[in-house]
Design a protein around this ligand. Sequence first.
Ligand code: ZN
Ligand code: ZN
Ligand code: ZN
Length: 369
Amino acid sequence: MFADRLRRVQEAMEQANIEVLLLSVGPDLPWLMGYEAMPLERLTMLVVPRDTTASLFIPAFEVPRVVERPDVFSVEGWGETDDAIANVVAAVGSAATIAIGDHTWSRFTLALQEALPGRTWHRGGAIVGPLRAKKDPEEIAALQRAADGVDRIAAELQSGQIPLIGRTEAEVSAELGARILEEGHAKVNFAIVAAGENAASPHHHAGDRVIRAGEVVLCDFGGTTAEPEGMPGYCSDITRCVFTGEPSAEFLESYEILQTAQANATAAAVVGVSLESIDQVARSGLASGNLDQWFVHRLGHGIGVEAHEDPYLVEGNTELLEAGNAFSIEPGFYIPQKWGARLEDIVVSTEEGPRSLNNADRGLAVVEA
Ligand code: ZN
Ligand code: ZN
Ligand code: ZN
């Protein structure tokens, strides 16, 4: 699996005429070789040449945490008083075209650029991003496990097992977070709980607002799965809305338009269509209820080792959907000072058509407590 990823990275380097790729903190490294760099001032850097295995430069005392994969990389521990940049510079050698990972801290990037004058620098994301966007079967299985975990939590929310009325948004958010960890995740990435008028803010920060009877509660939550040492975690991300008591006819009508738009956009996610066309399907569905003016964000984002990654389903993105892409379909409407709603699933595109990894009930659940 990792050897195959290294091969694909080196092929992409060949095509882009990149002689060496440098990866440090962030999601590219765990995806490529199963090790996540500590986000520290001490340099961790993988040097990927075009035709041999890679070299991982790492603080010596971190070496025990590395699961060795000699067919992918060798490990070079550097001592506390060594010059880590000099080690990387030596490994880069005479390479004239260098790509460096998008998340690399500027303190390292600038030091390397100063020590390697006269080279051409490129974004590592341009090499690794498109490869990460096309999931292999192991990744789709991990995303499915992540989705199954949050689906169960969504069902608990919809069945009233997670009480809402009389609690603050922050209390419910903390409970969602605890359940995300119980469901096999190593960390919680977000647990948005937005009640009533707060649901009009797409990334509302759960606060002291007490949830009352007779309002919408938008919950958008996800984390990164726990995996054995040496394997990268994968992300979950789901949004469901519940109503505390009977919804008004006006809200219910809007919600049903949203649900139909989400279903139609999911069905439209067929291999070969443009990414922006899928966004457009959701937008025109919402327009039938004059709700498109309140759909203020893109339809979706890719997901994998990172919660948001390539590909992005947004107007202006004319790239085509490929088999193996994993992404969210998350239309919403947000009416300031009034209310809002969003419905979000993670979907994988396959040659047989779109497959939703999340399958929790998509209707507007009514809870009494
Ligand atoms: Zn979001
Ligand atoms: Zn979400
Ligand atoms: Zn999302």
